[in-house]
Design a protein around this ligand. Sequence first.
Ligand code: NAP
Ligand code: MG
Length: 399
Amino acid sequence: MAKIRMTTPLVEMDGDEMTRIIWKMIKDELIEPYVDLKTEYYDLGLKERERTGDQVTIDSAEATKRLGVAVKCATITPNAARVEEYNLSQMWKSPNGTIRAILDGTVFRAPIVVKGIEPYVRTWTKPITIARHAYGDVYKNTELRIPGAGKVELVYTPADGGDEVRSTVHEYAGAGIAQGIHNLDDSIASFARASFNFALDTHQDLWFATKDTISKTYDHRFKDIFAEIFAAEYKERFDEAGIEYFYTLIDDAVARVIRSEGGFIWACKNYDGDVMSDMVSTAFGSLAMMTSVLVSPKGYYEYEAAHGTVQRHYYKHLAGEETSTNSVATIFAWTGALAKRGELDELPELVDFAHRLEQATINTIESGIMTGDLAAITSLKNPTRVNTHEFIRAVAERM
Ligand code: NAP
Ligand code: MG
């Protein structure tokens, strides 16, 4: 059988620990037997980040700007314990944070829905994708503890020497707290465009919600920017695609999400996205079944699993013990990237291959063969619990 051809390489970002082990198995056993795989390889494993002074992370993000599509393995974000474990010269920043800052993207997280792993919400038959605005608000705040009576004000000093603007936050009679937050029109506009583009890409409705009735300037600005960009740039394309943009209040959105059947993208302000993505992913059953894609407003894509490097399993693996680590989200990171590459390069065979690999993965689980994390929660009777490698081999057999 002739291998499926690729024209443009994918940016391949290798990573750490258990996911690095899975990464190689997926390439060797699920992709390379069928695809004449072309990648530009960047090793984002912690050792190489240390060796290059983290330049490799920056290079991989720049390569993504050049080639358009990347697939990333989970990576360690160093903390004090990792500095010691890897003898690091410094506590390198999160690679995801570095890449996101360079690509200026929005992260979309979507669950992989399979029969036998039932969401806690009975009506959810289709995935709910959360888009989180990853800039500003409470994550870039300034806070004060107010020790006693006094006044807190917001003050804007124009850079061009114009008149100062002041507004009283509160006249304190006693001790309390205060917080200043901000956002930027440009960042909100990028978030809106990434969300509208992803809705078109995946052919799903887009929901967005804020608390604009209470926050008549701040949240209202989000609502207005989304509405203006939608009307000017997306309305016609949404009509043609038969999809909708739907705006409502955040509390109404939460209630509707629970009653819905899923199958849409939910764009969330930063804090809402932080909180709701954990709720939605837990309600869908397993973090190991959650995919993640960073979409930049310029149309660059970086696919990954939402989970980390599964450190605990890796130490078992190093000790020679058997592991049963779920590779599904990492497989779907590869299929997401291959399908996008195929779509951009007009290679229908590559797109088709990606969908077949996804289907083979889903069919394997639905036939009862699954890793321990899923075997523990499945509604299927008598599942076969397999180890890390056996699961990938079972998918390969179906391929
Ligand atoms: P984690 O790797 O997501 O794992 C946490 C726990 O969740 C695991 O111990 C395991 O539970 C379960 N789990 C996660 N993924 C699984 C899978 N594929 N199959 C089976 N079980 C799975 O989070 P962590 O242990 O907090 O973080 C480990 C490292 O990952 C850290 O260094 C962190 O910086 C990094 N991290 C990277 C990314 C990224 O690159 N995007 C994201 C998050 C974390 P049991 O142990 O109970 O089996
Ligand atoms: Mg969170």
